[in-house]
Design a protein around this ligand. Structure first.
Ligand code: OVV
Length: 407
């Protein structure tokens, strides 16, 4: 058996085109639209020889693979590495990198911590923080929207909601960058992110300890579940680690991308201003249009078949969510950003039992920020060429210079 990027080499399934592309080439990662459409044009799956994987990017197949946890498991890792063949870089997540029945218990605990009721309590301070921040940026006029808005807002409100005594914007963003880059191949992006580990990982793990967490917060609710014997204290620590792994870079990405979308589509921003209640849908359409998590993998746990393609046990499938969310066969005028589209079935937050457990927190953050912008800002303009930051799993901006004008 030959191993490539930590998983089994597979034969090309009958009828599947071989496509010599590198999905993890920084040039593809910063500007993926041609890669997305070419992938969809190949059929339900393409075989990518340099990694010996299947890729899917049509809506139907991506949804099928992504939601069928019995055939396409997460416990063997959701990146290129197959955890059944070697040790991952960190102890696996007990909610992401796991299947039922173990998944069910951890998921219930984290779902409780992030419940709609818990989030409702935060909403008022989320709105206040968003209004203050947008007010400050309006006064500045021109600002760096990644640093001063997209990174600043989540790294202010989220650590507080978790109950961390302190925030460290750089370390929180860098840890997310590690976790998401780690899902890709052993390329320069992954190696550079991993090199930050010694400065970042010990700090993150320290924040996950029970005694570090405030008595109110998502973290405390998670730890309360070990007093009732539902989970162990160690598992509670790992679930707090999941919050810090998945809760920062994703929301940073979607906020930056939402501003980018609105700056590029002034007609859509005018719609939002006319009806700020559309903030919720501006968020969903940004998710569909930009897919902050562009790729997650699954592993076939048995010989099976999808859309007539025979898939062998051990096959790694990269599910290109970014491509599925722009599939013309599912979305009329897929390449148009339209906040009145109201796309409730995009795949940006996943689908099925592993669907984003933090989505209501993300929605609350985005709603607070976009509502404040709709109410206070007259126009949003690009004040420089946007620059994207390549990441093996996250589609995110590196630099976005913006001018806000008031009346
Ligand atoms: C990258 C990522 C996404 C979702 C969950 C987690 C990590 C986790 O650590 O649980």
């Amino acid at each position: 058996m030959k191993i490539i990027e930590g998983h089994k080499e597979i034969d090309v399934p009958a009828g599947v085109p071989v496509w010599d592309v590198d999905p993890y080439d920084p040039a593809v990662l910063v500007d993926p639209s041609d890669y997305y459409s070419e992938l969809r044009s190949k059929g339900p799956f393409a075989y990518i020889p340099r990694y010996s994987i299947l890729a899917c990017g049509r809506y139907e197949e991506t949804k099928e693979v992504f939601s069928d946890w019995e055939r396409f498991v997460s416990s063997r890792g959701v990146g290129l590495q197959d955890f059944s063949l070697g040790e991952p870089w960190r102890p696996p997540s007990i909610v992401l990198e796991v299947d039922p029945p173990d998944h069910t218990k951890a998921r219930a605990v984290i779902e409780r911590a992030l419940s709609p009721g818990a989030i409702r309590k935060l909403m008022e301070s989320y709105r206040e923080d968003a209004e203050n921040l947008i007010g400050e940026l309006l006064e500045k006029g021109t600002f760096e929207a990644v640093e001063e808005l997209a990174e600043t807002y989540p790294t202010t409100v989220f650590p507080d909601a978790v109950g961390l005594g302190e925030s460290d914007r750089r370390r929180l963003v860098d840890y997310g960058e590690m976790v998401f880059n780690a899902l890709g191949p052993d390329n320069e992006l992954r190696r550079n992110a991993m090199a930050k580990g010694p400065n970042v990982v010990p700090w993150i793990l320290e924040q996950c300890k029970r005694e570090r967490l405030e008595p109110e917060g998502f973290g405390a609710t998670i730890y309360a579940a070990c007093d009732t014997g539902e989970i162990t204290e160690e598992e509670a620590g790992l679930l707090v680690r999941s919050l810090l792994s998945a809760g920062v870079d994703t929301t940073v990405a979607v906020l930056g991308s939402a501003i980018w979308c609105l700056a590029n589509n002034p007609d859509q921003f005018q719609k939002l201003k006319a009806d700020p209640k559309l903030a919720r849908w501006a968020f969903e359409e940004t998710l569909r249009y930009t897919s902050p998590v562009h790729t997650f993998c699954r592993t076939a746990n048995l010989d099976t078949e999808v859309s007539g393609v025979k898939i062998a046990e051990g096959t790694k499938i990269i599910c290109v969510l970014g491509a599925a969310n722009l599939d013309e066969d599912h979305w009329p005028q897929a390449d148009k950003f339209d906040i009145e589209r109201k796309p409730s079935d995009h795949l940006a937050l996943g689908v099925g039992i592993h669907g984003c457990v933090g989505q209501n927190v993300a929605r609350a953050e985005a709603d607070a920020v976009l509502t404040a912008i709709a109410n206070k800002v007259e126009s949003i303009e690009l004040a420089g060429e946007p620059v994207w930051r390549p990441n093996n799993s996250v589609h995110t901006l590196d630099r976005l210079t913006i001018t806000f004008k008031s009346k």
